[in-house]
Each structure stands twice: as structure tokens, then as C-alpha cells.
Design a protein around this ligand. Structure first.
Ligand code: ATP
Ligand code: SF4
Length: 330
């Protein structure tokens, strides 16, 4: 039984200029302890998809279709008070910018104690305090520092605190949305290592959202490549690395520097993502795809199975998941 099951999920942002379909017909599942990466350029729908899992799609976003099941319960059908129980205890979110999530006039320890006692009203102040000290120690922060305010910490330390707040209630699933974007590469690696070690200690599943495919490949069991609200490819990390199928995934991989290859030529994907108020007809990637054919401009390619646990949305692959061009008899 999967911990999380997302089916046919479709999310719109109605605007005065028309509706933006930020997420369209996305389905996937996640088992306990598994890690899933959501990769794609800015505006591809990663955060909207992530936030929908804790039912916090920002206004004016609406989930127009689909289901999100956590432990077989469709959270889209739950009343808000039950949803509050799920948030934090079953699934927690680590936001991009810790400064907007931490209260600047509240000491760090108070953030933890309030969180624990709000979700677990029977926990006394003393016990909540002791638990806070343990979590803070696990974050590699001296327990005395729980009396400090958020502005007294560096960006990396604040992001550690956000991770601590996400795991404090021992949820089954943590969604980390670009948790290291604003940090330098060394701090970035340390934070991701910390997240990984805590994930193992606490036995959580993780959804890691990043525009950086190299981070996702290194840290996740499986990957969804998002583009303009669509899932273009879904595979295990190993499969995605060894055998990427979609021209967009191939392009993303060619733009990752590899220090082991001295003569590597980095290739950027030409063009930019579409205007989501007016996305291209047919395959959303066709204006940037060097393989685009007539059919790609008029028809949307379906998501098809191309291997065990490997799916792709591209006309280059026929009904049985075989590359059409390569297998055409001349
Ligand atoms: P980023 O990496 O920049 O956060 P993303 O891949 O997470 O991007 P989303 O933030 O989910 O993408 O946005 C998906 C689409 O929905 C974009 O076209 C964006 O402009 C649109 N969108 C997001 N939030 C809103 C909103 N509150 N109102 C209207 N449109 C929105
Ligand atoms: Fe390129 Fe066509 Fe495949 Fe889209 S469907 S990625 S345009 S070949």
C-alpha cells in the first residue's frame, strides 16, 4: 500500500486574463521511506503540485480534478480541522525561504514548543522543551541557541531550523521545496546531507523539489520531470540517468557539468518555457524540440510506458514504448 497516491491531479489558477492550468493530469505514488524528486524549470508547476499534497495551493488556485490519498484517505475530501491534523503529523512542508516562515519576534525554541503543543495538546511544556532540545541537537545546532531569535542565525542555520520544524512531529512524508536555493554550494550540500540523514533516522518519505536535476539525480529514488504543468517523464533515478527518453530530459542532462569529463560540451536547451496563459497546442515542448514533427504541433502526446517504472510523454515512442524512428524499417 503506497503512503501517497496522486491520481489525475489537475490544478488551475483562474486569473482575469484566463485560467492557468499549472498542473495537468499528474499521477504517481510514493511508498514509506521512498524519495521522489520533482524537477523542471521555473513555472513548471512543481510548487503547486507540492503544496497540493498538504492542501495549501495558494489563492486563487483550485484543484479541479483528481485525488490525493495519504494512507488511503483522500485528503481532498477531508474537512479543514482533520486536514490540520494531517499537516505536520502526516506530511510536512519545508518552504523555500525560511525568513518568511519563521516569526522574527519569537525565539527558536518557542517555534518548536508551540508546534508540538498545538498538534499534541497533552504534551506538557517540559516534555515539549526536552523534545525541542533533542531535535535541535540532531540538526547540529547547540541546544543553548534555542533562546536565540531567527535573525541571529545564518541562512544555512535557519534552513536547518526549518527542517527541524518539519520533522519535529515525526511525519511520514516531508516535502522540501527548493530547500537550498539561496545558499552557497557547500552549505547546500551540508543541508541536503542533513535532510538525508534525518530522513533515514526518522524513516520518512521525501519529495524534493528543485530546478537542479543534478541534485535530484543524486538524492532521489525516482524522478518526475515537469514542464508547463505536464509530467514529461517519470522513472527511477538510475533509469533517468542511464536511459533518458524525453528530448527535454536529455537536454536537461546535457546541461549538467560533469567534472570527470574534461572535454564535455555543455548544451543549453534553446528557447524558454511557454506563457502558461497561452501554452502551445499539441506537445507543450514542441517550440523548443529539435525532433518536433507535424503531429507534435497539433496533438498532445499521451504518457506511455517505455520500460519497467518508466513513462514518457513523447511521440518519438510508439504504443509499445519503442522508439519509432529507430525501429522504422527502411
Ligand atoms: P518556481 O520554481 O519558480 O517556484 P514552479 O515550477 O514551482 O516554479 P509554480 O510556482 O507551481 O511553478 O507555478 C506554476 C504556474 O502557475 C506558473 O505559470 C505560475 O505563474 C502560476 N501560478 C503560481 N501561483 C500563482 C498564483 N497565485 N496566481 C496565478 N498564477 C500562479
Ligand atoms: Fe519533441 Fe514531439 Fe516528443 Fe514533443 S512529442 S518532445 S515535440 S518529439
Amino acid at each position: 500500500m503506497p503512503l501517497l497516491e496522486v491520481g489525475s491531479l489537475t490544478i488551475d489558477y483562474p486569473t482575469s486574463r484566463g485560467a492557468i492550468r499549472a498542473v495537468e493530469d499528474i499521477s504517481f505514488s510514493l511508498k514509506k521511506g521512498e524519495t521522489l524528486g520533482l524537477a523542471g524549470e521555473s513555472g513548471s508547476g512543481k510548487s503547486t503540485l507540492g503544496l497540493s499534497i498538504i492542501r495549501l495551493v495558494p489563492y486563487p488556485g483550485v484543484i479541479v480534478k483528481g485525488h490525493i490519498k495519504i494512507d488511503e484517505t483522500d485528503i481532498l475530501k477531508l474537512p479543514e480541522d482533520e486536514m490540520r491534523f494531517i499537516r505536520g503529523r502526516k506530511a510536512a512542508y519545508i518552504f523555500q525561504d525560511p525568513m518568511t516562515s519563521l516569526n522574527p519576534v519569537k525565539r527558536i525554541g518557542a517555534h518548536f514548543i508551540e508546534l508540538i503543543r498545538t498538534h499534541e495538546p497533552n504534551t506538557g511544556k517540559e516534555e515539549a522543551f526536552e523534545r525541542t532540545k533533542t531535535v535541535v541537537k540532531n540538526l547540529g545546532i547547540l541546544s543553548e541557541r534555542i533562546n536565540d531569535y531567527p535573525h541571529q542565525f545564518s541562512g544555512g542555520m535557519r534552513q536547518r531550523i526549518m527542517i527541524g520544524l518539519a520533522i519535529a512531529l515525526n511525519p511520514d512524508l516531508v516535502i522540501a521545496d527548493e530547500p537550498t536555493t539561496a545558499l552557497d554550494v557547500i552549505v547546500q550540500a551540508k543541508i541536503l546531507d542533513l535532510l538525508e540523514s534525518l530522513r533515514k533516522v526518522y524513516g520518512m518519505a521525501l519529495i524534493l523539489i528543485s530546478h537542479d536535476l543534478s541534485i535530484i539525480l543524486e538524492r532521489c529514488d525516482k524522478i518526475i520531470i515537469m514542464y508547463a504543468g505536464h509530467m514529461l517523464e517519470y522513472a527511477t533515478s538510475i533509469e533517468m540517468h542511464r536511459n533518458p527518453k524525453h528530448p527535454y530530459t536529455q537536454g536537461l542532462l546535457q546541461s549538467i557539468p560533469n567534472i570527470e569529463l574534461s572535454d564535455q560540451k555543455l548544451v543549453a536547451i534553446p528557447g524558454s518555457p511557454p506563457d502558461m496563459l497561452n501554452p502551445p497546442k499539441g506537445c507543450r515542448f514542441w517550440p523548443r524540440c529539435s525532433y518536433a514533427k507535424k503531429i507534435c504541433r497539433v496533438k498532445e502526446p499521451p504518457l506511455i510506458k517505455v520500460g519497467r517504472n518508466h513513462f514518457v510523454r513523447c511521440f518519438l515512442y510508439g504504443k509499445k514504448g519503442v522508439h519509432v524512428e529507430r525501429n522504422r524499417k527502411s
